[in-house]
Each structure stands twice: as C-alpha cells, then as structure tokens.
Write a protein of this length. Structure first.
Length: 51
C-alpha cells in the first residue's frame, strides 16, 4: 500500500480503529481539532490500550 502522508502522528496520539481486516494496515479515525481525518496506519505503529 502506498499513498500520501496526510498527518504525521506524534507518539501516544489516540486513534479509533475503523477496520482491522488487513494483516499489515489499520484504517483509523483521528480527531485533528474539529476535523476528523481517516487513513491507513501500519499496525507496527499502533498499540492497543485498555480503557
């Protein structure tokens, strides 16, 4: 998968996982101010947290 970088996430930036059906990529939602941004993030950069 290849595309443009929409936003560079800082460490510990919370995201909502929308789709995790791909083995290597997660489709996520990120709140950026009042704007919601959707995009793909490599799984190796995401860590699940318990809330």
């Amino acid at each position: 998968m290849q595309g443009d970088v929409l936003v560079k996430l800082e460490k510990y930036t919370p995201v909502i996982v929308i789709d995790k059906s791909d083995r290597k990529w997660l489709y996520v939602q990120l709140s950026f101010g009042e704007q919601k941004i959707y995009g793909w993030v490599n799984r190796s950069y995401i860590k699940a947290i318990n809330h």
